[in-house]
Design a protein around this ligand. Structure first.
Ligand SMILES: Nc1ncnc2c1ncn2[C@@H]1O[C@H](COP(=O)(O)OP(=O)(O)OP(=O)(O)O)[C@@H](O)[C@H]1O
Ligand code: SF4
Ligand SMILES: [Mg+2]
Length: 336
């Protein structure tokens, strides 16, 4: 069993916003904003894995990157281990940079092809003054070992490895600085199905051994099921549902979550026969001009007048289960 400290929150965001300015028209004179992440709040406990899912473009990577201040937030607060890091200068952020690392979907693009694996991992050690000389070398070998590679691999170049091995190198690089928190941004989406489980299992082992906390991003719910303790579902820059993993699969409350779940193929033909597949009609609207009220209303089969007029608030409908949908007001009336 992995240890999660229920009382200790490692990272919390309150009303986080990230808008990107985009130029419009000739000479870029009028400005518009992509509302990539718009007022979302959540926390991650120490040792926990929070899964984050949603369709392409819904703001998952932007949430991750803003959380560790690779992007400057447009609004809201980021509290890391009790400290509000949202307004820290780049200099003040330095000690925190080491504590927060990222693993990417395409390890090949994120590894410098002209550097050996040993130098790629060693670079992280150098940037943060972690080890030099023999100690540096020993640490590189140890890290390679931890991710299932060998010290002979240190002198080779990224193109000499398979996709799964390259992801292992990316993980070793992230681990090099002894981080507390790792954002895994679709780390298995580009890998063969047969390799995906190996990488997930390894991430779980490393989490236990090093007491790591993860934000695990994926675009469909089948990929986060195994690794996540809790899961947040995003749609068009908003968090629409967040709860314990088991609860999300057993009792999905938001119509969007229900649609995502119904799209996962179920191996048992009896279950498939009895479960209804919900087809999401239409495209995801533009995050520059999102629909008024509930952003999901243009694709929601239950949309009513109120949904265009009023944005649903995120409500805790049962213990630790948060949903933002007007339907919840009838299903879980608020005590007057
Ligand atoms: N640097 C940027 N400048 C302008 N717009 C951006 C930038 N980065 C992201 N966006 C926009 O913000 C929105 C959210 O993008 P983001 O990459 O966070 O989505 P995502 O959920 O990670 O998608 P995917 O599953 O494709 O990785 C998209 O509309 C995207 O086009
Ligand atoms: S608030 Fe309305 S449109 Fe949005 S998910 Fe709920 S029922 Fe659908
Ligand atoms: Mg992304």
């Amino acid at each position: 069993m992995k240890e999660i400290n229920n009382n200790e929150i490692l990272i919390e965001v309150k009303n986080l916003k990230k808008y990107f300015e985009v130029n419009k028209g000739f000479f870029g004179r009028s400005k518009e904003y992509v509302q990539a992440v718009d007022d979302i709040s959540f926390f991650i406990r120490k040792g926990e894995t929070l899964g984050l899912v949603g369709e392409s473009g819904c703001g998952k990577s932007t949430t991750g990157r803003t959380l560790i201040k690779l992007y400057e937030p447009t609004g809201g607060e980021i509290i890391f281990d009790g400290v509000n890091i949202s307004e820290l200068s780049e200099n003040q952020m330095k000690p925190y940079r080491k504590k927060m690392q990222m693993i990417f979907q395409d390890p090949y693009a994120s590894l410098n092809s002209r550097m050996t694996v040993g130098d790629i991992i060693g670079e992280s050690l150098d940037i943060h003054n972690i080890a030099t000389g023999d100690k540096r070398q020993a640490r590189i070998f140890d890290l390679l070992n931890r991710v299932g590679l060998s010290k002979d691999h240190a002198s080779r170049y990224p193109h000499e490895f398979s996709g799964g091995q390259r992801q292992r190198i990316g993980i070793a690089r992230a681990l090099a600085v002894d981080p507390e928190f790792i954002i895994c941004d679709e780390p298995i989406s580009a890998l063969d199905v047969s390799i995906q489980a190996q990488v997930v299992n390894m991430l779980e082992d490393l989490q236990k051994d090093f007491g790591l906390t993860y934000l695990f991003i994926a675009h469909d719910l089948s990929m986060v099921k195994h690794i996540s303790d809790r899961i947040g579902v995003m749609y068009l820059g908003k968090m629409v549902e967040l709860t314990d993993s088991k609860e999300l699969y057993a009792n999905p409350e938001h119509p969007y979550t229900q649609a995502l779940l119904s799209a996962i193929p179920i191996p048992d033909p009896e279950v498939t026969k009895n479960s209804q597949r919900i087809i999401l009609e239409g495209d995801v609207p533009s995050p520059i001009n999102p629909p008024s009220g509930c952003r999901f209303r243009t694709r929601c089969q239950y949309a009513m007048e109120r949904c265009a007029l009023e944005e649903p608030a995120m409500r805790e409908v049962t213990d630790g289960h948060y949903v933002s949908c007007h339907l919840m007001d009838d299903k879980y009336p608020v005590a007057k």
